[in-house]
Design a binder for this molecule. Structure first.
Ligand code: B12
Length: 215
């Protein structure tokens, strides 16, 4: 018998929105933590979708259905995330976050946002396909402590460098910590473009933000 996490992954793989939600609800009812449902269930399914797309077995509509199934479940889970009561200063941490220009991938960014909110941080979500100047404007306007930049494609990651360069041009680079994320990235890439940190997933992202701000 497949476990509930396997059922969730399979429902995402098949792009079944209501089934995904039902499995997630029963997982939650049976005591599985929201984060585990995301990392061990939903994300596993979406990774398989990516693989099938790469191999030519899945097409764009399949990927879209799977993404919708995952997003629906994430929206449902957000209010169930436990708020972190340990931190003292986190609620004053302001973080601007978005996905770069030309890139419509939102799911990873939204999970990072969910974790940051759960850690008590204040989030300014710019959405997807965000022009570089918009990131810079928001950092300045909101006095952000942290800028999170997501990019999911090898064709769009260069935008992260543009944003960091633009921060320098505007004299804002030393006022904000920049963390980058997205599947094609690496520590080396982050260093190369002058970011302060790279995180491979949302949990590592929150840890690195805290570490950078000495929390
Ligand atoms: C779902 C999906 C889509 C959905 C996106 C829906 C949405 N609302 O997001 C749709 C169908 C729209 C889509 C479209 C396309 N996609 Co697409 N997509 C994917 C897929 C299957 C999953 C991405 C995802 O959500 N993963 C799950 C999340 C949880 O993981 P994640 O995004 O990596 O995020 C985690 C970490 O990376 C990190 N993180 C991410 N961002 C940030 C930011 C910060 C600050 C931090 C700290 C951490 C962090 O934390 C996250 C949570 O742990 C990937 C394959 C894959 N396995 O990555 C392809 C993939 C990214 N897509 C790809 C492609 C080619 C496309 C299209 C060009 C397809 C087409 N022919 O049109 C279009 C491009 C559209 C555009 N202009 O952006 C390629 C990219 C190849 C490349 N060049 O690099 C991939 C890799 C598929 C493949 N194997 O070929 N896609």
């Amino acid at each position: 018998m497949p476990t509930i996490l396997e059922d969730i992954a399979q429902a995402v793989l098949e792009g079944k929105r209501s089934e995904t939600l039902e499995f997630v609800k029963s997982g939650l009812d049976s005591g599985i933590e929201p984060l585990e449902l995301i990392t061990e269930g939903l994300t596993v399914g979406l990774d398989q979708v990516g693989q099938k797309f790469e191999e030519g077995e899945y097409y764009l509509p399949d990927m879209m259905l799977a993404a919708e199934a995952m997003s629906g479940a994430i929206d449902f889970l957000e209010p169930h995330m436990a708020k972190d009561k340990d931190g003292k200063n986190e609620n004053v941490i302001k973080c601007v976050i978005g996905t770069v220009k030309g890139d419509l991938h939102s799911i990873g960014k939204d999970i990072v946002i969910m974790m940051m909110k759960a850690a008590g941080m204040e989030i300014y979500d710019l959405g997807v396909d965000v022009p570089s100047a918009e990131f810079v404007r928001s950092v300045e306007e909101n006095g952000a402590h942290v800028l999170g930049i997501s990019a999911l494609m090898t064709t769009t990651i260069q935008e992260q460098k543009k944003i960091i360069d633009m921060l320098s041009e505007k004299g804002l680079r030393d006022k904000v910590k920049v963390i980058v994320g997205g599947a094609p990235l690496s520590e080396e890439w982050a260093k190369k473009i002058g970011a302060d940190a790279y995180a491979a997933d949302a949990i590592a992202g929150v840890k690195k933000v805290r570490a950078m701000l000495d929390l």
